[in-house]
Design a protein around this ligand. Structure first.
Ligand code: ADP
Ligand code: MG
Length: 272
């Protein structure tokens, strides 16, 4: 593993490596819809892989991440079938609610939602960053340095006493990301983590994500449209098509070339 990450990313002996993910026949149809959003997805990701998921708007990328985190079927009503196994354990049984699910599974799974404002529930930056940690029973007072380092790593511009109710979209996005990374999850799921950021902040966030994953060996799954920026550091590319099925899956640079036509048909812009 890369040992150049920030100090707060040092491997935690309790979570020595990333999680394995095994998705089998995952199908999801919300009540009220005739067509499923996710259609029999099979996906196996080995510990430490860094996967980028892309696909057209509405293809089910966000839904897939929520399924991987075990919050579909508990917070949303519909018909869920198939299996999602994180290191062999089903994620489906978590208690309802994103926060409870995060608490129950945070040693294994951390999810950054596409709308980061959904993740901000406390009054101050420090409390919001620590929210997941506190749900795990970690004493926030003892985590001060780690919290500050994580906020710094994602280029968050304010201190821990700043109010978290008046943040811009990009600030909220970075704060929510810090709250995920600070827990040191073994499976990191990020839904368009740089969508609200200017290019410099986006680059800083990518670096923070990479450093964290490299130092901890975490398995990383990122949903993004910006392929060119992420390609240098990802190991694998998965493309969802309009019908909620996987239309391409493989080593990233190979897949981009070999499946160019399939990607174009799926409406995915391929960097030249
Ligand atoms: P993406 O992230 O790829 O843009 P989403 O996963 O957000 O796609 O949504 C996929 C499709 O499912 C969209 O058509 C969306 O409107 C629909 N959808 C998402 N969540 C629900 C839900 N809870 N109930 C009904 N339809 C939903
Ligand atoms: Mg989405």
């Amino acid at each position: 593993a890369d040992s150049t990450g920030p100090a707060h990313c040092a491997p935690d002996a309790r979570y020595p490596r990333g999680a394995d993910l095994d998705v089998r026949g995952l199908t999801w149809r919300p009540f009220g819809r005739t067509e499923p959003i996710l259609r029999g997805l099979d996906l196996r990701v080995r510990a430490g892989e860094r996967v980028l998921i892309t696909g057209p708007s509405g293809s089910g990328k966000s839904t897939l991440l929520r399924a991987l985190a075990g919050v579909l079927g508990t917070t949303e009503s519909g018909e869920l079938s198939g299996l999602v196994l994180v290191d062999g354990d089903a994620t489906a049984g978590h208690p309802a609610g994103i926060d409870e699910a995060a608490a129950a599974s945070s040693v294994s799974v951390g999810l950054l939602l596409q709308d980061p404002v959904d993740a901000l529930v406390a009054e101050t930056v420090g409390r919001d960053t620590a929210f997941g940690l506190e749900n795990l029973g970690v004493d926030r007072a003892r985590m001060g340095a780690r919290i500050a380092q994580t906020l710094d790593a994602v280029s968050f511009p304010y201190g821990t006493n700043h109010s978290s109710s008046q943040l811009s979209g990009g600030e909220a996005q970075r704060l929510a990301l810090a709250g995920v990374l600070v827990m040191g999850p073994r499976l990191v799921l990020l839904d368009e983590p740089t969508s609200m950021l200017d290019p410099a902040s986006a680059a800083a966030v990518r670096e923070a994500v990479w450093a964290t994953a490299a130092a901890s060996g975490a398995t990383l799954i990122v949903v993004e449209h910006q392929l060119a920026e992420w390609l240098p550091r990802i190991t694998r590319l998965v493309v969802l098509g309009e019908g909620g099925e996987i239309v391409a899956d493989g080593e990233a640079s190979v897949t981009l070339v070999a499946r160019r036509d399939a990607l174009a048909r799926a409406g995915v812009w391929v960097p030249g």
